[in-house]
Design a protein around this ligand. Structure first.
Ligand code: NAP
Length: 291
């Protein structure tokens, strides 16, 4: 049985892996979050490697608040960069592979066609910089592993755009949502399934970087419209430009990821974002006419 240590297991991706765990009985999954395993603590990591002696790690822990990261730079860097070095060093020492999650924010967001894994990186936010440097640490220090870059992650767990829109849709008279930021939502359950399917087919050997999101392309405005439509919430939504919305940190105009490599190497089928959104709303019991 393959033993896998999961860090940050109470976040969106971690909880999605927990949800799917019964479908993967050949994996012995050990779930930890900051209370039990703080990945910024070098000694705690050593104790966890000694205690669990895992074959592999899936690092779901991260500092994910883009705006807070711009201010709270020490902690963002500690979690997204330094801790990735720590985990990678232990992975190397204990002969363990590592799956690490990165972000579309490593790119400059000025693209005009889906980003491939080899496109030049140029983060425009501190969060993006810490995620890119985390990638460097992983490649430099871990022997075997995947870096999986994803975008616009949402789920039935934690805080995300879908849950915010459902709440606002039921409490406001009108919403304003930006239409000039284009990307692809990723349902965390689909990302979790992709990771577990990949590991079921072939364990990492050497380094590979992959892009993963759902299929299709949309804007935040169209995403919001679809959420309201599927949830049966009737509210006027006005499309606005990014310049008219006070984001504390600039957002990418374009963050579509090209997924040809992961589909080719692992023969995985990726659902369209609209189908996955419907699944998530069903899980949240927010799908119109469901039950
Ligand atoms: N969310 C997105 O839109 C998005 C987009 C692109 C890429 N990603 C990447 O996808 C990955 C998963 O994101 P997510 O949305 O699932 O993240 P998340 O929901 O924010 O979960 C992160 C988890 O890590 C935990 N954590 C915080 N500090 C820790 C520490 N020192 N040691 C161990 N655990 C710690 C958090 O606990 P607390 O909640 O108690 O702090 C939380 O349970 C991340 O690498 C992220 O950068 C996310």
């Amino acid at each position: 049985m393959t033993k896998i240590l999961i860090t940050g297991a109470n976040g969106q991706l971690g909880r999605s892996i927990q949800k799917l765990a019964p479908q993967y009985p050949s994996f012995d999954l050990v779930f930890t979050d900051v209370d039990e395993l703080n990945i910024t603590d070098y000694d705690q990591l050593e104790m966890a490697f000694n205690r669990y002696n895992p074959d592999g790690i899936i690092n779901c822990a991260a500092y994910t608040d883009v705006d807070k990261a711009q201010e709270d730079q020490f902690n963002a860097e500690m979690l997204n960069t330094t801790a990735v070095r720590y985990i990678s060093e232990y992975a190397h020492r204990f002969n363990t592979w590592l799956v690490h999650i990165s972000s579309d924010y490593v790119f400059d967001g000025q693209g005009f066609r889906p980003y491939v894994e080899t496109d030049p990186t140029k983060p425009f936010s501190f969060y993006g910089k810490t995620k890119l440097e985390g990638e460097y640490e992983m490649r430099e220090n871990a022997e075997d592993g995947f870096i999986i870059r994803t975008s616009w992650l949402y789920s039935e767990f934690g805080h995300n755009f879908v849950k915010t829109m459902l709440k606002l849709g039921r409490s406001k008279e009108e919403l304003h949502v930006v239409f000039d930021q284009v990307g692809t939502p990723t349902y965390a359950t689909d990302l979790a399934r992709a990771i577990l399917d990949m590991l079921s087919k072939r364990l990492p050997s050497g380094h590979q970087t992959y892009h993963f999101s759902n299929e299709g392309v949309t804007s935040w405005y169209d995403f919001a419209l679809e959420i309201m439509e599927l949830a049966g919430i009737s509210i006027p939504i006005k499309p606005i430009e990014s310049k008219d919305y006070p984001f504390p940190t600039p957002r990418p105009h374009y963050s579509v990821l090209n997924k040809a490599k992961i589909k080719r190497d692992y023969n995985i089928t990726i659902p369209h974002w609209k189908a996955s959104l419907r699944e998530c709303l069903k899980e949240l019991s927010d799908l119109k006419g469901d039950g």
